[in-house]
Design a protein around this ligand. Structure first.
Ligand code: KE4
Length: 428
């Protein structure tokens, strides 16, 4: 079943930490051997042992129009023939910036970078530079990449690995990161009572995608907007995961709350190392070379990555989001029917084409609620689905994603596998 992957993992661990280039890929949370993937196409992954999987990870979000989309492949091949990197401005970068600005509310100016981590750390530096303040508020369970100031009760991999404070992060750094609870405005108010004029920014995932999938309670985002306005604090939506995923205008467009700054990644890079930060013009003009807040990158705005991102956004029309919404609804309604039919202690959330399934009979509103879920059952479900050819995110603390290639037939196959897998899980 996974012999070749087991051999490859044994070899990989000799030369790469854990045999992987990002911790969550090692399956430490769910156990077992991670399939080594040879290729991907549409909604499918194909591993080194010839197994095919319906992919609900989609490289953690980017592959929203499916893997190896022929139009993206063709555009990137043509771009490659012109050279892969110039370290100089190109018209392509303007086109991508203008395309993003045209869709996202309150996005006036945007800077391209190479990863979501880089986008989030740059947005925090900008907020600090523009306000002259040092502290910022993040939320337990929200993940903004691996920059030092974020690895304080981080979500995603760090949380899964049970090491919320990573070694190597200094006490000095940690001192300026303040922690609040998602969907709990009082936890934010109490920080402002202690630090009324010290908080440069609040940064959050408007939909928590790094502790399962947890949508904002009604009024939560609006409350943060009001608190930031009252305290002169910059509101940053980390839309690395939700941007261009949960709707044409991302989460801000979907929920009708506009932040001062955004970060983007994943979908906007079309599967290439491309991310971005941007927002209000008066803030973004602080960024070098317009202003003194320094940020740079050799491969920022790389023409191949920009080609992939631009083609991906061009293919993501409003009609395509309606299709994604319908597919996601089909999956969640099907799952709910299985849960109700068998009376399983499970709950789920869905926002656009991202979702989360929790082994708990309590509605999940906060990161703490996820800790109360039955992680052993999640892990058993993960493996029961994997052996039935369905590749879910290898951690309860991750979200699932759909693409335009997740057809009704593929979703129905997934639901059949899920009913079978859950019977196995709950019979154990
Ligand atoms: P990257 O540096 O991994 O490109 O982006 C960091 C990041 C920032 N903000 C949000 C909301 C994110 O979800 C991420 C990265 N997400 C994880 C998956 N939960 C990436 C997967 C991984 O770490 O391997």
């Amino acid at each position: 079943m996974l012999e070749k992957s087991q051999q490859l993992l044994q070899r990989a661990t000799k030369s790469i930490p854990g045999g992987v280039n990002s911790p969550v890929r090692a399956f430490k949370s769910v156990g077992g051997t991670p399939p080594f993937i040879e290729r991907a196409e549409g909604a499918y992954l194909f591993d080194a042992d010839g197994n095919r999987y319906i992919d609900y990870v989609l490289t953690w979000g980017p592959a929203i129009i499916g893997h190896a989309h022929p139009e993206v492949v063709e555009a990137c091949q043509a771009a490659m023939a012109k050279g892969s990197s110039f370290g100089a401005p190109t018209e392509l970068e303007i086109e991508l910036a203008e395309t993003m600005i045209a869709r996202v509310p309150g996005l006036d100016v945007v800077r391209l970078v190479n990863s979501g981590t880089e986008a989030c750390m740059s947005a925090i530096r900008l907020a600090r530079g523009a306000t002259g303040r040092d502290k910022f508020i993040k939320f337990a369970g929200c993940y903004h990449g691996h920059a030092d100031s974020f690895l304080i009760a981080a979500g995603s991999g760090a949380l899964t690995l049970g090491t919320p404070n990573s070694p190597g992060v200094t006490a000095g750094t940690a001192r300026d990161t303040l922690l609040a609870q998602f969907n709990d405005l009082d936890s934010v108010r109490s920080i402002f009572e202690t630090f009324p004029t010290d908080v440069a920014a609040i940064i959050l995932e408007p939909v928590c995608g790094n502790t399962g999938c947890i949508p904002p309670d009604p009024g939560f985002l609006e409350g943060l907007r009001e608190l930031c306005d009252a305290h002169g604090t910059v509101l940053i939506f980390d839309e690395v995961m939700t941007g261009f995923r949960v709707g044409y205008g991302g989460a801000a467009g979907r929920f009708g709350v506009t932040p001062d700054l955004y970060t983007f990644g994943k979908v906007v890079g079309g599967g290439f190392p491309l991310a971005a930060y941007g927002g209000r013009e008066d803030l973004m003009r602080h960024v070098a070379p317009d202003g003194p807040v320094y940020q740079a990158g050799t491969l920022s705005g790389n023409p191949i990555a920009v080609t992939a991102g631009l083609k991906t956004l061009q293919l993501l029309t409003p009609e395509v989001y309606e299709q994604l919404e319908a597919a996601s609804l089909r999956l969640s309604k099907g799952m709910q029917a299985i849960i109700d039919k068998h009376g399983y202690p499970m709950t789920q959330h869905r926002v656009g084409a991202m979702f989360g399934v929790f082994f708990s009979d309590q509605t999940v509103h906060t990161h703490e609620d996820v800790h109360g879920c039955d992680l052993d059952r999640f892990n058993a479900f993960f493996h029961a689905m994997l052996k039935r050819g369905v590749y879910l995110a290898p951690s309860q603390y991750e979200a699932g994603f759909l693409s335009t290639h997740h057809s009704d037939e593929i979703i129905d196959q997934t639901l059949e596998a899920a009913e079978d897998a859950l019977a196995e899980v709950f019979a154990a």
